[in-house]
Write a protein that binds this ligand. Structure first.
Ligand code: GLN
Length: 209
């Protein structure tokens, strides 16, 4: 992809807040394709895994037969952004998953589901994100996960005041425990779209599709 063309970004559209991501990406000048089947991944320049319920997404990914293709695409270097449940999907290891719940990998981290406990299940707060210019980003945490282990090649890009890790990046994969797409601040999406543009990556084919 040449740096000045319109990136084609997929949004995994099996469950979750697909519409909010689609809207934000379109406002940033991207073409958006909803991804449900392996063939939908071919040709993408980037992919967003939305927030929602990771255990349901895992089940639906298996029903739609797309899990292996997503793993292959991410391992091939397709730039990917996961928010909340999307971060869970990207984690190499999972704590407090439902029985048999699997992830896709892409980030060498351990993520604990629903880590905030019921009394602060959902809240909005300001988070400083590495690489995001200007004031902290106003984001929503909704039954959010936490990153409890960070592998040696993983960069921490966001923490809470208590030091809890809520944003990580490794290679072309980025995951955050919160939802910037819900509170309307598009700066994280801008960084992602810029990284998609500058990588020039396009998923030409898949062995599993
Ligand atoms: N608790 C959800 C899960 O386990 C994530 C919540 C969210 O995406 N807002 O997948």
């Amino acid at each position: 992809m040449a740096g000045n063309t319109t990136p084609l970004i997929g949004v995994l559209a099996l469950q979750g807040d697909v519409r909010e991501h689609r809207q934000m990406l379109e406002e940033l000048g991207c073409h958006v394709r909803e991804v449900r089947l392996p063939s939908h991944l071919v040709g993408l320049n980037g992919l967003v895994l939305p927030g929602g319920e990771s255990s349901v997404m895992d089940k639906l990914m298996r029903i739609f037969g797309i899990s292996a293709s997503l793993r292959e695409a991410i391992a091939a270097g397709l730039p990917v952004l996961g928010t909340c449940a999307g971060l869970i999907l990207l984690a190499k290891e999972l704590e407090d998953g439902i029985s048999g719940q699997e992830t896709l990998g892409g980030l060498d981290v351990t993520v604990r589901r629903n880590a905030f406990g019921s009394q602060v299940d959902s809240h909005e707060t300001d988070v400083t994100i590495v690489g995001v210019q200007g004031p902290p980003v106003h984001v929503a945490f909704i039954r959010a996960p936490l990153v409890t282990r960070v592998g040696p090649d993983v960069e921490v890009i966001a923490t809470l005041p208590g030091g809890e890790v809520v944003g990580v990046r490794q290679g072309a994969a980025m995951g955050v425990a919160f939802h910037p797409e819900i509170t309307g601040d598009d700066r994280l999406h801008r960084i992602f779209v810029e990284s998609v543009r500058s990588s020039g990556f396009r998923l030409a084919s898949l062995q599993t599709a």
